[in-house]
Each structure stands twice: as C-alpha cells, then as structure tokens.
Design a protein. Structure first.
Length: 215
C-alpha cells in the first residue's frame, strides 16, 4: 500500500478505498464463479473429464470429480461474539471456509466465512452443495436399475462427511479394517492431498491471510 501511495501520489486511505471498492465489485459481479457454476467450470461435459483425470491419477473410483475440505483462518480476539468465533479444536478465534478443489487446481466452489466454532458438516449443510450437485452431476448411460451411488459423479471428503449418492469418504469407524480397505484408503488419500495444496497456494499468493492479528 505504501508503494501504491508513492506511485500515485495519494494518501494510503484513498488507496484502501480503491482496493475495497474493487473487492466489492469483484464479489458482486463474479460471485457465481465460486458457486456451483454448472454452465462453465462444472458443466456436465467437464465433470466427465475431471472424473477421468482423478481416476488416471490413482483413484480407485472412476466417479470422483473433486475434493471437499474446510480451511480455518485465524482472526484476532473479537470484542463481541467471542464464543461463536472460538474454535475449540485449534484453540483460537477463527473464521471457516469450505472449498471444492477440482483436478485442474481450480477451486470450483467456495462457501464462507462461517464462525469458527462450526464443524465441517454444518458448512456442508448450510452451503446446500449436495442439493446443487444433485441437479447436474448425473452420469450418462444409466437407468432406473443402476444403483443410486453409480448414477452420479461424486465429491470426496474426510470420514466426517460420511457417504451418500453425491459424496464419498474413506473407510472409518471402530473395528479392524481389511487390507483391501486400508489400501483403498491409502490410494484415495494420495489423490485427495491436492485439496490441501489448493489452500496452501492461496495462502502463499496472499500471505496477508495468515496475519491473524490483523484480521
């Protein structure tokens, strides 16, 4: 901001007003790109490509189009609503975001921020992501006799998300898992790590997001 103020001979407060105005403009005009953009980024024809790429990368499933996860961004100690912002697991105040990472490295869906105390399933429910996916993730060449889990393309998340027609997760729960289940989990974990890389890229490009004491 100091460099911009010197370059344009403006006060830093004026530069900040321009930045905020630009952020609001982008949010209003391009918000649909971070929703379920089924006309472009998540067009049914593209979903088939994503599933094929994920399968070629090592996924045992040929129907996974993206990986879902949440990111916790630390904020400073708020004056009001401290309990709502406090994340008991991380032991700090935060905001939480949900993202859907596609095999091409692009975030196909972003939801948030939500107060840091909420768990991942709360964000999944509030975002109505699964309801949106049910509208356009139908696979081709299926009929009424096809099992429901094979009628749709699916996203993949950690065990807390559970399993459904539009979402898959690793084998979990009490009891001893078979060698085949362990191997399946390992293969999916190796592919799913890409969603973590997506959050890391954003944080590396914009380090200010890691400055929790300024948030």
């Amino acid at each position: 901001m100091y460099d911009l103020a010197m370059l344009y001979n403006c006060a830093q407060s004026a530069i900040l007003e321009c930045v905020n105005e630009l952020v609001e403009f982008l949010d209003e005009t391009q918000e649909h790109l971070l929703g379920c953009d089924s006309e472009h980024l998540l067009h049914p024809s593209r979903l088939k490509e994503y599933a094929a790429a994920t399968h070629a990368r090592g996924s045992p499933l040929a129907s996974i189009i993206a990986f879902i996860d949440c990111s916790i961004r630390r904020i400073c100690h708020p004056t009001w609503f401290q309990r709502q912002a406090y994340n008991g697991h991380k032991k700090f105040h935060s905001l939480k975001y949900q993202a859907l990472m596609l095999p091409n490295g692009i975030i196909g869906h972003l939801y948030g921020p939500v107060e840091g105390r909420q768990n991942n399933n709360f964000l999944l429910m509030e975002s109505t992501l699964l309801e949106a996916l049910s509208e356009f993730t139908h696979q081709e060449d299926v009929d009424e006799d096809t099992p429901i889990e094979r009628r749709y393309f699916q996203i993949f998340g950690d065990p807390a998300y559970g399993v459904g027609p539009h979402i898959m997760s690793p084998f979990s729960g009490p009891g001893k898992r078979t060698p085949e289940e362990h191997e399946w989990n390992a293969q999916m974990s190796a592919v799913r790590i890409e969603v973590e890389h997506g959050f890391g890229i954003v944080a590396n490009l914009w380090p200010f997001l890691n400055a929790g004491w300024k948030m």
